[in-house]
Ligand binder design. Structure first.
Ligand code: PBG
Length: 326
């Protein structure tokens, strides 16, 4: 016999004991369900690189969101698939009050008033160049872009968005959007800042879903270098000072240390974005029969919570909710 005064396995002996000492829980009420909206009627198109994820026309989007409500999902994040013909150099469709997102917001507020509506503030789905900002001679113009982002945020607030989420990574946009919203009377609309958003290859399937890949160049002059962690803390300081209500780390899986660092450094709620490429990897390996997709999904999301995420944006939200219900 070993002479051990402490045997950690004592508390792992039964499911009841394991539950008792469990430190982290994944709950449906922590999940935000990102959804893609497109034009048309009665349309539901599966995204090839994101099996189980779809672009919905408005009518079917409303049905999907009602299902999300019935499953206890507290929030959705909306992304538009904008026809190429509506795109221009300044992303002016982004602040069209009759655009796809404002229409969806109005329909959803009427049909499912209890769910929280989050909208992305950035130009890439609307911009002919596929960049989050205005491009001139290959350069992304910061301050000119921020002006448009403010108009976009106001248009979304007007149509019923509860939380605007700037994902563009322009400097100073959180403060400018806060001021614009307040001046327009939307003091209750919150800002979820994409605080540490990295220039990541994990966004590939999302860009397929929206047809929003950059036509030229990459996003490295505005999205962060994956090598940097302290810079995320600098972005956090700025977003806090500018009035962010919540901060986000994106992607999540390869950036769990960043989630942890932000959580240590702030008293604001921290969100993690389990992005499209992370979703696609699990789906693909599960389809090949190489991993147990459900278990890997739950373990991955739990890891994000353990790292410090208060909430997780995930394309798995509905699948998790269905699983927990059964
Ligand atoms: C655009 C935006 C992107 C995502 C969310 N908002 C893509 C990008 O920055 O190129 C990615 C989400 C995902 O991959 O799931 N501003």
């Amino acid at each position: 016999m070993l002479d051990l005064s402490y045997r950690p396995r004592r508390l792992r002996r039964t499911p009841a004991l394991r539950n008792l000492v469990e430190e982290t829980q994944l709950r449906v009420s922590d999940l935000i369900y990102p959804l893609f909206v497109m034009e048309g009627d009665n349309q539901r198109q599966e995204i090839p690189s994101m099996p189980g994820s779809y672009r919905y026309s408005l009518d079917l989007l409303v049905e999907e969101v009602k299902t999300a409500v019935s499953l206890g999902i507290p929030a959705i994040a909306l992304f538009p698939a904008v026809p190429e013909t509506q795109k221009d150099r300044h992303g002016s469709e982004s602040f069209n009050p009759d655009g796809l997102i404002p229409q969806a917001l109005r329909a959803l507020k009427a049909a499912a008033p209890e769910i929280t509506l989050i909208t992305d503030v950035a130009l890439d789905p609307y911009n002919i160049d596929g960049h989050d900002g205005i491009v001139e001679d290959g350069v992304i113009l910061n301050d000119e872009t921020v002006e448009i982002l403010c108009q976009q945020a106001i248009t979304q607030a007007e149509a019923g968005s509860d939380i605007v989420a700037p994902s563009d990574m322009m400097d100073g946009r959180v403060g400018a959007i806060r001021e614009a919203l307040d001046d327009a009377g939307y003091t209750d609309v919150a800002i979820l800042a994409y605080t540490a958003k990295y220039a990541s290859a994990y966004y590939g399937p999302f860009r397929d879903a929206l047809g929003s890949a950059p036509k030229a160049g990459d996003k490295k002059t505005y999205q962060m270098n994956p090598a940097n962690a302290r810079e995320a803390l600098l972005e956090l300081e700025l977003d806090e000072a500018e009035g962010a209500d919540m901060v986000m780390v994106k992607p999540a899986l390869a950036y769990l240390d960043i989630i942890y660092r932000l959580k240590e450094a702030t008293n604001l709620p921290v969100a993690a974005y389990n992005v499209s490429g992370e979703y696609a990897m699990i789906k693909a390996a599960a389809e090949m029969g190489w991993i147990d997709g459900q278990k890997v999904m739950l373990e991955t999301l739990l890891g994000m919570k353990r790292a410090g995420a208060d909430m997780i944006l995930t394309y798995f939200a509905k699948e998790v909710a269905l699983l927990f219900k059964s």
